[in-house]
Design a protein around this ligand. Structure first.
Ligand SMILES: [Zn+2]
Length: 500
């Protein structure tokens, strides 16, 4: 997580980045009307009403849960929560905005002056949060072509219109595309921990726009910035900004100047392209929303929200290190996603052998190792994992007690992962147990010796490697259920008896 890749040109120019992140809030209903906010793949315009369709004369009502989620996020980002806030109208015309304006917040947002921390070069860097404010999402346009006439037309779907949207604006504190990605990942982690966002960038419920400029090292003033849009993954945030920084530096090196404009990231081509210059930018003519009263937040309510907040990633990581004795690396990997952290703690509770630190270490190894590999390969996450924490603990317990070997454990994990049977069920059903009984092993060892005269001859001539080969053969015969350190003395005894 701390590996740093510097853009090649980042030698005589410094990169300056600020991010604007939008996330849909996981409320039941929309921001200003009772429509169901879970529209997913439902038929277009099936989650709409007079309010979110922008009919004249209707009145919006503030969704209290959305305000609560906003304040909770502000508190998690160490923001001030002013007592007085209000909503404003942001006026612009576009077909996905039925009212002709968006209800947003302008000069009195719910949250301001906060920060979050990211790991940079082995230490911690604080990135300022300018503000976090609440607004409503717009509808969606579907662009089509009439197959008969070849004429292009657009359809409007207002299911998304009016979904609560939280915008979080950072200070221009990031100095590399990698820092921007780390900030984005940290912010997502916090939003998901709080349960206010699904955090799914690929589905558009979490979106990111970036302001980026470059300046000669040592210069105080910021360079002219461009705004980059349409980055749909953490990877594309970093790639788009790397490309754009290079582009700007190239322009300046060639004696040109940067045009202040909005540029779109084209993922397939790996480039940013100009979309709109400053001269074409909208004047939003903000004014206070006359249909909504100013919002006065009682300190008691804010304290109530604070008391309900879950443990956040940084605090959890620190606790995992002190309570379980985990390394910083393990603690970071395990606390990045709240669901993984919960899975880990539930597993540790059910592992029976050893002290807390050793139980934690083996749970951590399985979760960050074999289980993570299986989840990755299946393209799924821990919330979809069929092996329960108790199931994984059962596997660790069987291994710790010597019932099964390490190789058997890995094999059972894979089968349980695929089938949905718990590891202990598989062990019991199939009567799987490690072959440690000396009589059985001796019989197998004798068969192996009889079948491999060449290796036996080699052993007589003093080739030590021959024993390793024979151990391998015994393990094959017992399907990996016998431990090499149990097999070896038996084999050596039998081979030495042959010599005489
Ligand atoms: Zn509605």
């Amino acid at each position: 997580m701390t590996a740093t890749t510097k853009a090649p040109a980042e030698t005589d120019y410094e990169i300056v980045i600020g991010l604007e992140v939008h996330t849909q809030l996981l409320t039941q209903s929309k921001m200003f009307c009772p429509c169901d906010a879970h529209y997913a793949d439902d038929a277009p315009n099936s989650h709409v009403c007079m309010v979110c369709m922008g009919m004249p004369g209707v009145l919006p009502v503030i969704n209290q849960r959305a305000v609560e989620y906003t304040i909770m996020t502000g508190l998690a980002l160490h923001c001030e929560i002013p007592e007085l806030s209000k909503f404003d109208r942001k006026n612009y015309f576009y077909p996905d905005l039925p009212k002709g304006y968006q209800i947003s917040q302008y000069d009195l947002p719910f949250c301001r002056n906060g920060w979050l921390e990211i790991p940079v070069d082995g230490s911690v860097k604080r990135i300022g949060i300018t503000r976090a404010h609440l607004e409503e999402d717009t509808g969606r346009l579907l662009h089509r072509t009439d197959p008969a006439t070849g004429e292009a037309y657009s359809l409007v779907d207002l299911n998304r219109a009016g979904i609560p949207l939280l915008e979080i604006v950072s200070e221009p504190d990031m100095r590399s595309p990698e820092e921007a990605r780390l900030y984005m990942q940290k912010l997502r982690s916090i939003l998901v921990y709080l349960g206010v966002s699904s955090g799914r960038m690929e589905e558009g419920s979490l979106r990111c726009d970036a302001n980026i400029s470059v300046r000669p090292r040592g210069q105080k003033e910021f360079g002219t910035k461009t705004e980059i849009k349409n980055m749909n993954s953490f990877r594309s945030v970093q790639r788009a900004l790397e490309y754009e920084a290079e582009r700007q530096i190239q322009v300046l090196r060639e004696g040109g100047r940067i045009v202040q404009e909005t540029r779109g990231w084209v993922e397939a081509k790996g480039v940013t392209v100009s979309q709109r210059t400053k001269e074409e930018a909208n004047d939003y003519r903000y004014f206070p929303e006359p249909d909504l009263p100013p919002v006065v937040l009682s300190r008691a309510w804010i304290d109530e929200i604070r008391a309900k907040m879950p443990e956040l990633p940084d605090a959890k990581r620190a606790r995992f290190m002190s309570e379980y004795g985990l390394s910083e690396y393990d603690a970071t990997v395990l606390t990045d996603e709240r669901a993984v952290a919960d899975y880990f703690e539930a597993t540790v509770r059910d592992v029976t052998k050893g002290d807390l630190a050793s139980r934690a270490k083996s749970a951590a190894n399985w979760i960050t190792g074999d289980l993570a590999r299986l989840l990755n390969a299946a393209g799924s996450d821990i919330t979809q994992c069929k092996i329960t924490p108790a199931g994984l603990a059962g596997l660790i317990n069987a291994l710790d007690s010597g019932t099964i070997s390490g190789k058997q454990a890995k094999d059972i994990l894979e089968r349980a992962f695929a089938s949905g049977d718990q590891p202990t069920e598989i062990i019991q059903r199939e009567g799987i147990a490690q072959v440690s009984d000396a009589g059985t092993l001796e019989a197998v060892a004798n068969q192996v010796i009889a079948a491999n005269p060449k290796a036996v001859e080699d052993y007589r001539k003093g080739k030590a490697a021959a024993v390793q080969f024979l151990i391998g053969q015994v393990m094959r015969q017992t399907k990996g259920s016998a431990k090499p350190d149990v097999i070896q003395p038996i084999l050596v005894r039998l081979l030495d008896a042959l010599k005489e």
